[in-house]
Design a protein around this ligand. Structure first.
Ligand SMILES: Cc1cc2nc3c(=O)[nH]c(=O)nc-3n(C[C@H](O)[C@H](O)[C@H](O)COP(=O)(O)OP(=O)(O)OC[C@H]3O[C@@H](n4cnc5c(N)ncnc54)[C@H](O)[C@@H]3O)c2cc1C
Length: 268
């Protein structure tokens, strides 16, 4: 685990890891990651040093570091009347993770407010990518192995009371529909085009299905919640079971949304 103090230090590490063919991954809050019970045999980077947590506002434009926590940041923007991040209420994330995953929901995605993103390439140099180059799509972007260092966001100045209310309403909606108090990695599967993965899992009769200490949430069937003692294998077993049942009931292939980290050469 490496917690760099600067982009220069991170660049030196990235170059060394590349030369020595050691896999390198950035961990945000880990809210979308499942780590294999066998661990991950590479370097894990966390951008939690102050130099990756800077925030600077110029009118409706905000520069924000990749290590900044999304929720408090989005709430603070709302309180200042900066609109655009209300739909991020209830999403546990860093800014880097939100960009990499293009986090969001029905009412919007993080990519919508991005003007450009500063990245560190595996070769050790930095580049600024425009929103268009980032190629944001549904829980997807084109950043590949580049590390997000910071982003420039374009928000909209509005009435603070109105924006704050929209943020809190969005948060309340999330709390009502998702098991936010349980340990999970959010939605396990992407929604197939025009359909809801949660509804398909529910219709396949899998709400409440359990393996070991992992369980398909009763509140939202696209969440697998990990109770005390749950292993990654328990979760992976449920993932296989869900995919198999949904395939045979609806001839639909569910695609995993979470990022699964395994040692090199291990398929599962
Ligand atoms: C209760 C709960 C509710 C959730 N609800 C939603 C929701 O409504 N909508 C939604 O979209 N998601 C949701 N999620 C999933 C998760 O919150 C998002 O995917 C979030 O953006 C992940 O951010 P993170 O910082 O934790 O990233 P991580 O989970 O740590 O990492 C996710 C991926 O991003 C990469 N990454 C992280 N930081 C960087 C960086 N600086 N540069 C390059 N790559 C990086 C990681 O390597 C990994 O591949 C939910 C999760 C939970 C637990």
């Amino acid at each position: 685990m490496f917690q760099p103090h600067s982009a220069e230090q991170l660049a030196a590490l990235a170059v060394r890891a590349r030369e020595q063919e050691v896999p390198l991954k950035v961990l945000g809050r880990g809210a979308n990651v499942l780590v294999s019970d066998d661990g991950f045999d590479g370097v894990v980077v966390r951008l939690d040093h102050a130099s990756f947590r800077r925030v600077e506002r110029r009118g409706s434009q905000v520069d924000v570091g990749a290590g900044v926590d999304l929720m408090p940041f989005a709430r603070a923007c709302s309180a200042l009347g900066l609109s655009g991040l209300e739909c991020m209420a209830g999403i546990p994330s860093t800014i880097g993770g939100a960009i990499r995953m293009n986090a969001g929901g029905r009412s919007g995605e993080f990519g919508n407010v991005v003007k450009n993103v500063r990245v560190l390439r595996p070769e050790g140099d930095t580049e600024t990518w425009s929103k268009e180059r980032c190629g944001f799509g549904y829980r997807h972007c084109e950043l590949g192995d580049n590390i997000v260092l910071s982003a420039q966001l374009e928000l909209v100045e509005d009435d603070p009371a109105k924006v704050r209310l929209a943020f809190e309403e969005s948060f309340a909606q999330k709390r009502d529909s998702q098991p936010l108090g349980d340990r999970s990695a959010g939605c396990i599967f992407k929604n197939p085009v025009g359909r809801s993965a949660g509804a398909l899992i529910d219709q396949a009769g899998l709400k409440g299905a359990q393996w070991g200490a992992a369980r398909v949430s009763e509140r939202h069937a696209n969440f697998i919640v990990a109770r005390r003692g749950a292993t990654a294998s328990d979760v992976l077993h449920l993932i296989d079971l869900i995919r198999e049942r949904v395939r045979s009931a609806f001839s639909t292939e569910l695609e995993v949304e979470i990022d699964i980290w395994r040692p090199m050469g291990v398929r599962r």
